[in-house]
Ligand binder design. Structure first.
Ligand SMILES: [Zn+2]
Length: 87
């Protein structure tokens, strides 16, 4: 009976060792920071902080990238030079 318990314990240890090895390999395969990997699906705009709406195309974008013209904020300099679209 003790022999069976010994073998069961040995098999469990081997499976645990193989599983930890596989997990280590998967960690090596994950892309480096900067590239979106599996599980990294956070909203990109939320990470950048405050967002404002472009007065021309009404797209929300980070406030740090805003181009201001005539007191309005635009997503790009091209939109800043185009007339305001109501609505
Ligand atoms: Zn725009």
């Amino acid at each position: 009976m003790m022999r069976i318990l010994f073998w069961v314990a040995l098999i469990v240890l081997v499976i645990a060792a193989i599983r930890s090895k596989i997990r280590g390999k998967l960690r090596d395969m994950t892309p480096p920071p900067g590239q979106p990997g599996p599980g990294a699906r956070a909203h990109p705009i939320r990470e950048l902080g405050a967002t404002i709406e472009c007065a021309h195309c009404h797209v929300y974008f980070p406030e740090s990238e805003a181009v201001t013209a005539d007191g309005r904020a635009y997503c790009s300099s091209e939109h800043a030079h185009q007339p305001h679209r109501p609505g």
